[in-house]
Design a protein around this ligand. Sequence first.
Ligand SMILES: Nc1ncnc2c1ncn2[C@@H]1O[C@H](COP(=O)(O)OP(=O)(O)OP(=O)(O)O)[C@@H](O)[C@H]1O
Ligand SMILES: [Mg+2]
Length: 720
Amino acid sequence: MDSRDPDLFPSSYATNYEDISHRGRTGIMGDSHLPILNEEEYTDDAFIVEEKPVSSIYKANVTTAGSSHSLPTTTSSASFTDQSNHRSSALKQNERQLSILDPLSDRVSTILVWKNLTVHARPSKREEFFQRVKSYKKYIPKRKCLLSNTSGAITGGLWAVMGPSGSGKSTLLNTLACRLDVNTIVEGEMRLNGAPYDNAELKRIAGYVMQDDLLNGCLTVQETLMYAAQLRLPRAFTEEQRKERVADAMADLGLSHVHNVIVGTPLKKGISGGERKRVCVGMQLLNRPQLLFLDEPTSGLDSVTALDLLRTFHALAHGKSQEKAVTIVCSIHQPQAKIFNLFDSLILLKGGGIIYQGPRKQAMEAYRIAGFPCPVTTNPADHLLDVITPPRRNPVIDTPAISLEQQAAIDEAILKAQPSFDVDLNMGVNKRLAQMANIPPSPPWHKQVRILLHRTFKEQLRQSRIIITSLVQTVVIAILIGTVYLKIGNSQKSTTFREPSLFFCAVNQGVFGALMVINSFPVERALTLRERASGTYFASAYFIAKIVAETLIQIPVPIIFSSIVYFLIGYQATVGKFFIFALFMLLCSLAATSLALMVSAICKTTDMSVTVLPLALEITRLFGGFFLAPSRLPTYFVWLDAISYIKYTFVGTALNELSGLKLTCTAEQVAQFACITTGEYYINERGYGYISIGGCIGVLLGYIIFCRIVAFLGVRFLKN
Ligand SMILES: Nc1ncnc2c1ncn2[C@@H]1O[C@H](COP(=O)(O)OP(=O)(O)OP(=O)(O)O)[C@@H](O)[C@H]1O
Ligand SMILES: [Mg+2]
């Protein structure tokens, strides 16, 4: 298409859009009334403010000299191949070693290259299955293209990924960081220092701050960072060094004044949104990653804080405070000019394709060549996006709109104005050995369990309101049940109360705990997935810590319940029988929480979990052995009966209470032959004797272990 076609470019766009190729390629400046910003006018000298003092997070080995942005931009990071090698070979050796923008520099430890990368989103497996059933052979899977055939390389320095909303910034970051949704298909090649990589490798050397921050709301800022330091810093670190690192991180990110404030939950206000973001960044910076992905770290921050944060990133990316610089890739929306000028390189995305990539300074040049020089009064970042984003027609103020063809021609012109680009997948292969050798081991499994146990206890105790409420509830319900069946005694009449009261106790303990877990676990699970994705701990360490802490916190509830109920109702007054009753209440309560844990680990979301759990609970109640005595159970329901933990609790407590029970009769009852003197009669009559008390305890323990193993597998393998 001829970009000079007057039909394609309305007169109102003449300033920038007219005669792209002619004006662009001849380098003619814009209209005289609209001054054009010269590259040098908005670059470093004009905007880059004094470097922040050496980031204390990284203050270790300050050896390098010179600021790389003052070095000539000798290497185009857009032309990463032989071509760049030729060009950079013109540099003096030491200059090259110092330049963070030179991929060959020793200070750049990580080079990420991707070639012909295409990402598609497919419907979820369930949706695809129904569609396939509905349209049988005619079904063609619908795939949405999120990234289309992109190639590129991220070398050293601070990189910005820019583009309109929905252009694929997060998708590109997630793809490169191996954090994509399971319903996506990735084609193409990605290499880290010349070798294919996966999430396991990446999480040892890289950090990722996602667009939406997920944190534990009950902990304070300092505690959050301290737990992250304990879990993520190498095992050789002492407690003092960890504390120091946390204090430095808080100072660097301006969080010291809120160190004692809780992060906050939707119900309990904590730190501000910007501070939350900075806590997330701090957690990732603690262990000094070699590569850092940040998805919109500045959204929600005021301009001063955003600039401050970006200056910290700039200092880190330029290795001001350590020998090796961190490569930072940061997606960002409409940065102010001062922030924009801190970036070394740029990837500009539109509709899942890369419109520009390379040094920031050369982006303006490419636009100028394409015929879109940046007006002096315009923020260069805004200009980059304005040109590639077609304005929408506004019927009220009659703004002009440009057609799709016109916009395509503009995009094409910008692409053509860039140097040719050929990606070398082997780039950085010589850095690989050194990179992998530098990774110190993280804390061992048992230490992770200890730290997580401590953290879970702290979280639970911070939610003391819930614990106190559940204790009060237990006492109230125990007194109610106890007084309803108060002192049932040993008469013949007592038999009509004994079994219902035992069943009611089993149902109460078998439902209560489940409801608490089902609401809290799916939320916690999302945070855990995020923490595990960044290599903070093993899934097994988390799970063991969780169930140990929760079991210990759960134990008092059934004990208190049993102590009140047992004596108010007046079951057999034997120490051994009381302890067996209390043990059954405890096992029933643990079985309930284990079932809820399993359901929510498999269902993943709260919505789905609260839909499925009531059905499971209803079945366990219906087949609880009371409504349908084991002796009268139809054979086709045996399997449902077998999975009801309430049944084993009820039968176990019934065996405990009825065995050895002596019942009294009135003379009248004896005369009428309606006198039953032992509890064993009822055991035989109802068929409870098919299993022993020990058998019931064994089945309940097996049930708890089975549910927890399935829950663990769900937590370990079902990821979103
Ligand atoms: N898993 C997915 N399934 C379907 N569509 C998706 C998926 N992930 C992303 N998309 C779509 O891909 C496009 C790009 O999404 P992405 O989140 O990468 O945009 P973005 O540039 O980060 O936008 P923003 O600036 O608003 O964060 C959007 O249209 C989004 O709806
Ligand atoms: Mg995004």
